[in-house]
Design a protein around this ligand. Structure first.
Ligand SMILES: NC(=O)c1ccc[n+]([C@@H]2O[C@H](COP(=O)([O-])OP(=O)(O)OC[C@H]3O[C@@H](n4cnc5c(N)ncnc54)[C@H](O)[C@@H]3O)[C@@H](O)[C@H]2O)c1
Length: 266
């Protein structure tokens, strides 16, 4: 028997649109009790929450505006979410951008905010802080597992997410906190992040944006619903520290990363 999302409370960053919004739908469909959407988009955010409430019951979704790169805003969004639901079980650090042309901002969103979100999740859900334990899913990418010349800095940010999440997913943290850490690596998925990616490539490299668009188009494609379906499987069946790929409308699968280190596991 896997983990059940029934009656649980989730918090998802970047869920006003794109794949994050579909994660909320997939979990609510399986009996999630409530979700807090954290996003910087103050127009789409309330609309997303409203549409979830219309579809799945009056008070299942709650929007909290925050720029995830601002630690105080993210912390206060976690606090608000906790005050609304009085508990927290699942955190998905999903907000992300593919914008090598603004690489510092990209690192702040794709890396720094995932660190902050992971630490806040541990503080809120960790048994060492009086919590009940829980699940954190951090969103990497297939580009956390391979190189791509079209967006080298984005690729670096997703390798960061993968390495950090696997490390939080080691027994030292789980034994103390009861919080599982899982990594989701979506393949190319039809959202504005992909359709607009070529506009935001590194500047000063002629043709790089076009190359990026061609590279992304050459990879297997899918729609956000497929990743959301995979997310449900990952949350209900993923072992602590595991890494999963969801690509090309295929069922999600676990990746075995070769362990070449002789370091002790904990
Ligand atoms: N689309 C893909 O092909 C793909 C593939 C692999 C991984 N991913 C990852 O999946 C995640 C979601 O991507 P998506 O394709 O749904 O993107 P998207 O652009 O459709 O949605 C991203 C959401 O994040 C929000 N956001 C952006 N910056 C923010 C900030 N500073 N604070 C708060 N919210 C912010 C946006 O408002 C938006 O609602 C990202 O981490 C992305 O890197 C996407």
């Amino acid at each position: 028997m896997g983990y059940s999302v029934e009656g649980k409370i989730a918090l998802i960053t970047g869920a006003a649109s794109g794949i994050g919004f579909e994660y909320a739908i997939a979990l609510l469909r399986h009996g999630l009790k409530g979700v807090t959407i954290i996003d910087s988009d103050s127009k789409k955010g309330p609309e997303a929450a409203q549409s979830l409430n219309d579809r799945y019951g009056k008070k299942v979704a709650h929007f909290c505006r925050a720029d995830v790169t601002k630690e105080n805003e993210l912390k206060s969004a976690f606090d608000t979410a906790f005050n609304v639901w009085k508990t927290l079980d699942i955190v998905i650090n999903n907000a992300g951008v593919m914008k090598d042309g603004s690489w510092e901002l990209q690192i702040a969103i794709n890396c720094n905010a995932v660190v902050t979100g992971s630490l806040l999740a541990l503080e809120r859900m960790g048994k060492h802080r009086g919590g009940n334990g829980g699940i954190v899913v951090n969103i990497a990418s297939i580009l956390g597992l391979q190189e791509l010349s079209g967006c080298p800095v984005y690729v670096g940010t997703k390798h960061f997410v993968l390495g950090m999440t696997r490390s939080f997913g080691q027994p030292y943290f789980y034994d103390k906190t009861g919080v599982k850490f899982l990594t989701m690596c979506p393949g190319v998925t039809d959202t504005p992040l992909i359709t607009e990616a070529s506009l935001f490539a590194l500047t000063n490299y002629e043709g790089l944006g076009k190359l990026l668009a061609e590279q992304l188009a050459s990879l297997p494609q899918q729609e956000p619903e497929y990743v959301a379906k995979g997310m449900y499987h990952l949350i209900t069946h993923g072992e602590n520290g595991s890494v999963w790929v969801c690509e090309g409308r295929e069922p999600i699968y676990e990746v075995n990363i070769p362990d070449r280190l002789t370091l002790r596991k904990n």
